[in-house]
Write a protein that binds this ligand. Structure first.
Ligand SMILES: CC(C)(COP(=O)(O)OP(=O)(O)OC[C@H]1O[C@@H](n2cnc3c(N)ncnc32)[C@H](O)[C@@H]1OP(=O)(O)O)[C@@H](O)C(=O)NCCC(=O)NCCS
Length: 183
């Protein structure tokens, strides 16, 4: 795994993937992969349909000065196939990720998650990160179990793409558990 020195130029390499900031050149690939209800229905804050304008807003938000969030694209062979990041919400660091549906089932989410969380726990003084899964997303639950997350509660969360609240499993990963699993 290789790390650049500043978060704005952060590049994380895993065996098959490169995690790096999104650029304007990636917009077509981003929109093509995200404008798929199979993807957006599993995410809380992504609209469906997903337009080029939505992609531009996402790109601009990632460039805002002072944002503590980390948003990286997951790339394979130079093309964007997904996204991964850490968002600061109500004082909690929330881990999120997605892949275009053509790229599912190859172990990419687990590989990207391991590399990203290794960076997070190396670079940031965090003892834990939060995440979560809609109840009807067993693939993502499995990814989180492999990464060391555990369930800490359930609640109803608004899903923008479905236009309604959906049961959500809240999860948490501690630095100690992640380190133990990765050693
Ligand atoms: C969830 C998501 C990231 C998984 O990506 P992926 O690269 O296919 O995941 P991986 O291949 O690393 O691991 C998937 C695991 O789930 C398992 N799995 C897949 N479908 C499953 C199902 N229907 N039921 C149970 N397990 C399932 C796989 O077998 C694999 O586990 P294994 O390695 O023990 O065999 C991808 O489906 C996605 O982007 N979905 C839409 C957006 C999303 O859900 N984001 C996460 C929000 S919490």
């Amino acid at each position: 795994m290789r790390l650049a020195t500043t978060p704005r130029e952060l590049v994380i390499e895993s065996e098959r993937l490169v995690l790096r900031p999104l650029t304007a050149d990636d917009l077509d690939d981003l929109v093509a992969e995200v404008s798929d209800l199979a993807v957006s229905r599993m995410l809380a804050r992504v609209p469906y349909p997903y337009t080029r304008r939505d992609g531009e807003i996402f790109l601009a938000a990632g460039r805002r000065q002072g944002s503590a969030d980390i948003a990286l694209s997951v790339t394979e062979g130079g093309r964007v196939i997904g996204g991964i990041g850490l968002t600061v919400l109500r004082g909690q660091h929330e881990f999120g990720y997605w892949l275009g549906s053509r790229h599912w089932g190859k172990g990419y989410a687990t590989e990207a998650g391991r590399a990203f969380l290794a960076y997070v726990f190396d670079a940031l003084p965090l003892e834990q990160v939060r995440s979560g899964i809609f109840f009807d997303n067993p693939a993502s639950l499995r990814v989180q179990v492999k990464l060391g997350f555990r369930e800490i509660g359930r609640r109803q969360v608004e899903c923008l793409a479905r236009g309604r609240k959906v049961e959500h499993i809240d999860t948490m990963l501690t630095r100690a558990v992640f380190r133990r699993l990765m050693s």
